[in-house]
Design a protein around this ligand. Structure first.
Ligand code: ADP
Ligand code: MG
Length: 880
């Protein structure tokens, strides 16, 4: 429906809404059916069939299928009565795909449930009540309330507004805010940018407030029309997933080359062509860790879930790994490092000496407090008979003291009604209100002390010096200082601009308020420091106040420096880049300065997590590696631009998420260590045996079985491994640091070597050494031993991978998933060797007790060896 030229009354009528009461619940239900959800496209659910198909397209699975086909061919041509081998191969393919899909499904479900947590919200009037709902649930006819900082969630016609401005660049490309006006007259064919009485989905409210009625939702909005054209954004993979895929491909190539080599060697040693081909193909498959990509996905999803429990909502999955390598945390002071619970402690009513807020007030002090209160927007609300002060914490502190001093705000406002306001602006750090008095008008300006443009005739040099002294003495006690000035008029001035009202004002005094640090902040800063992460404080507060708090929290250390926004603007980008490391406190900064600060640190190769809450913070949040928005105090715009939202606005939470991010990365590394040692040893075992002319120590279906049962089943449990205690004592990983850095290659090589030696040793003993009179040496006994040793030791190796610490220190049962799945895998491998029917299928034969004992002893050697390695490394102070 086109409402462009319609009157607002007729729109409300057409949509059967009510300006005051909003829609009723029944109407909402009905409209939901009619118009659907307020989102751009129904997300297409991938069918199970498609998922299976996707997995069948994986290179490794294709190779497996080829192996299955060859095996079927061999079976049919050579022993048609026994099709067990091809059946087993296809069963293994099915099992593989099943495990992968199931695990991925779990991960997806976990991520899906998080989406609603970070879904945009909207405030509407329904059933005569103001409520906050998920923006997807909006319907045409809803009465939508907007204020600065909101994202516009649907197209809506304005009913009433004050100073509403929106930024519609997503729609029109115009990046300057546009003034909206409910009374604008709009042509039938006016372009979107000229429809001034309507706000559009996807734009942001940069100023003012408005009451509106929704005219279009979802795909019917102007943005929906554009979105349908752009709707091809694919769900991105994280860099880590990309790297793992690449690793998988590289290993595939190595495996295929090894396969080809084995094929050639075997063939020239006169082995049967088809059997040789089969072995080569199987090796190619066996050596590829097919579960790795799935495990990466699961680890990331599990990390995201854990972060929710620790009060952080991840909006972009790659942030999980970026957080893990964060090296700088740039945090707001107010509310994040501090409690944002302000209390006025000291007060200086010029020209008297400063007094404590608890002391008896004289007339001038009372006047100062009254003026500040009049210029504040915090309100006193009655909630179930209890007086509650609501609003900005700085202003709440003022009003609280006012009430305590027995001067109710309501009466004050009646006495001096407000006629005009120039709102607080974090750029100017000032605000001004104009009030009617008995004999005229007064304008009151309150804000940062050093920004109050006092008229110097009202203040002599001496007084000026004194004022600065008092300000600094307040600030040194970590007090946030607010100054107040005023100007009297006989008649309401015609010009109500900033220039007129905030010029030549008379100085009234200052108050100092304390905003205590959060209890957790100090420890969190310390923890970050131990983890090689620098914390910097960014604030609009005065340098002296900010530095005092930064010292208390441990951010500002001897030798550090504080820089102000004004000083910052004098530095070129080059200069800032050169000495940004000197500054740990950035005071009196504006949101624009934040981008420069982020970029300067990034130019020093640092990975920056930065917090923000206001509309103007959005660009800095985007620029940061991990933009972090405040869940409580933050605007929708900031949340929308952020990678992560803190549900408790707490600095310590960021440090926790870093730990979680590192844990995820570590667990993926542990998985790589676990899987690759086995896969790589398989290549060497086969190659060496063929080179020695020993024949094959393990046959294809044995290899496949080991890969799925010994690696696939327990491997998933590593994603749940707890963090190593030393995790937050290590330096952050550098940008692009290889997963093989920090001794990984060495560790894999060591274990792969042990695997190769013990498996070949077992095979040699079984096939050539008579250890038992009843069961003599044979190729089959050798293969049975090799199968069990390789399988068992691979499973047991997971206890090496679980931690840098000794497994006997952390305990086998501290990760129950790994423990029980390992036990399961070992049991399955054993059962296959013991039950005659299964043993037959897998070419396994009975062994004597001596053989079994040798198998057990050899299989636990890798564990013993790595335990010794951990011990020795600890002794010589080397990281495992
Ligand atoms: P922060 O980054 O610490 O939240 P702000 O930009 O909110 O800083 O505030 C910067 C300065 O502006 C404060 O030190 C204070 O002097 C002043 N200020 C803050 N809030 C108000 C307010 N509501 N009214 C007047 N002045 C304020
Ligand atoms: Mg603030």
């Amino acid at each position: 429906m086109d409402f462009k030229t319609k009157q607002i009354k007729s729109i409300i009528k057409t949509l059967k809404s009510d300006e005051k009461n909003g829609l009723t619940s029944q109407q909402v239900e009905q409209k939901k059916k009619e118009f659907g959800a307020n989102q751009f496209t129904e997300e297409e659910r991938i069918s199970l069939f498609k998922k299976i198909l996707n997995h069948l397209k994986e290179v490794t699975v294709i190779i497996l299928i080829i192996a299955g086909i060859i095996s079927t061919y061999i079976a049919i041509t050579q022993h048609p009565s026994d099709l067990s081998e091809p059946i087993v191969i296809f069963a293994i393919i099915a099992l593989n795909v099943f495990i992968a899909i199931r695990q991925e499904g779990n991960a997806e479900a976990a991520l899906e449930s998080l989406k609603s947590l970070s879904a945009p919200k909207a405030r509407v009037i329904r059933d005569n009540q103001t409520e906050e709902i998920d923006a997807v649930d909006l319907v045409p006819g809803d009465i939508l309330l907007l204020e600065a900082g909101d994202m516009v969630p649907a197209d809506a016609r304005m009913i009433s507004s004050s100073n509403l401005q929106t930024e519609e660049s997503a729609l029109t490309g115009e990046s300057l805010p546009i003034e909206k006006d409910e009374n604008a007259v709009v042509d039938e064919d006016a372009p979107v940018g000229d429809v001034f009485h309507t706000v559009f989905s996807g734009s942001l409210v940069t100023n003012g407030r408005a009451k509106t009625i929704i005219t279009a939702t979802g795909m019917d909005t102007e943005m929906g029309a554009v979105a349908s054209l752009l709707n091809n954004t694919k769900q991105g993979r994280t860099p880590l997933q990309d790297r793992m895929n690449k690793l998988g491909k590289q290993l595939s190539i190595i495996a295929v080359l090894a396969g080809v080599l084995i094929f050639i060697l075997n063939f020239f040693q006169g082995e049967d062509f088809i059997t040789t081909l089969m072995t080569a193909v199987t090796l190619a498959v066996a050596a590829v860790p097919e579960t790795l990509p799935v495990i990466v996905t699961i680890s990331l999803a599990f990390g995201v879930q854990n972060m929710v429990k620790r009060n952080a909502i991840i909006r972009t999955i790659p942030s999980v790994e970026t957080l893990g390598s964060a090296s700088v945390i740039a945090s707001d002071k107010t509310g994040t490092l501090t409690q944002n619970k302000m209390t006025i402690q000291k007060l200086w009513a010029f020209p008297h000496p400063p007094i404590d807020a608890t002391a008896e007030f004289g007339e001038d002090e009372k006047m100062l407090l009254k003026m500040m209160s009049l210029a504040s927007n915090a309100t006193v609300e009655d909630r179930d008979g209890e007086e509650v002060i609501a609003g900005d914490p700085t202003e709440s502190a003022i009003i609280r003291l006012l009430q305590e001093k027995g001067m109710p705000k309501k009466e004050l406002e009646k006495e001096y009604p407000r006629v005009h306001e120039i709102p607080f602006d974090s750029e100017r750090k000032l605000m001004t209100t104009v009030h009617k008095t008995e004999d005229g008008y007064i304008s009151i300006t309150k804000g940062a002390f050093d920004r109050i443009p006092v008229h110097f005739s009202s203040i002599t040099d001496e007084v000026g010096t004194r004022a600065h002294e008092i300000h600094d003495s307040f600030a040194q006690d970590a007090l946030r200082v607010i100054g107040v000035g005023y100007k009297k008029y006989d008649d309401l001035p015609k010009d109500l601009s900033v220039e007129e009202l905030e010029k030549d004002i008379l100085f009234a005094g200052i108050v100092g308020m304390i905003d205590p640090p959060r209890e957790e902040s100090r420890d969190a800063v310390k923890e970050a420091k131990a983890a090689g992460i620098k914390t910097i404080m960014i604030t609009g507060d005065h340098a002296v106040t900010a530095t005092a708090i930064a010292k208390q929290i441990g951010i500002f250390e001897p030798g550090d420096k504080t820089i102000t926004g004004a000083e910052l603007s004098k530095l070129s980008d080059e200069e800032l880049k050169g000495n940004v490391r000197d500054f740990s406190v950035y005071a009196r900064v504006s949101p624009e300065d934040k981008i420069r600060i982020v970029k300067a640190w990034q130019a020093n190769d640092e990975i920056v997590a930065m917090t923000g809450d206001g509309v103007n913070d959005a660009p800095a949040l985007k620029a940061a590696d991990v933009g972090t928005a405040m869940g409580i105090a933050g605007t929708e715009v900031a949340k929308n631009a952020a990678d992560m939202v803190l549900t408790d606005d707490n600095f310590a939470t960021i440090v926790h998420t870093v730990e979680e991010g590192r844990r995820v990365y570590e667990n993926i590394k542990k998985t790589v260590y676990f899987l690759l040692a086995c896969n790589i040893s398989e290549i060497f075992i086969m190659l060496l045996a063929v080179l020695f002319g020993w024949g094959l120590p393990v046959v294809s279906i044995q290899l496949l079985f080991i890969n799925v049962v010994a690696d696939g089943i327990p491997g998933f449990g590593l994603s749940r491994e707890k963090a190593d205690p030393t995790l937050m004592e290590q330096k952050p990983t550098k940008k692009g640091e290889s997963i093989f850095a920090r001794g990984m290659t060495r560790n894999i090589a060591i274990v792969a070597t042990i695997f190769t030696i013990i498996t070949l040793l077992g095979f040699y003993i079984g096939s050539s050494v008579t250890v038992d009179a009843t069961i003599g040496a044979s190729h089959e006994v050798g293969q049975t031993m090799a199968f069990l040793i390789l399988g068992w030791s691979s499973v047991i190796h997971i206890f090496n991978a679980r931690s840098k610490e000794s497994i006997f220190k952390i305990g086998f049962l501290s990760n129950p998933t790994v423990f029980w799945t390992s036990l399961l895998s070992i049991s399955i491998l054993t059962i296959v060797a013991l039950v005659p029917f299964l043993a037959n299928i897998f070419f396994l034969v009975p062994m004597s007790l001596t053989h079994w004992i040798i198998v057990v002893v050899l299989s636990i050697l890798p564990l013993i060896f790595v335990e010794i390695q951990k011990l020795v490394f600890k002794k010589i102070g080397k990281a495992f």
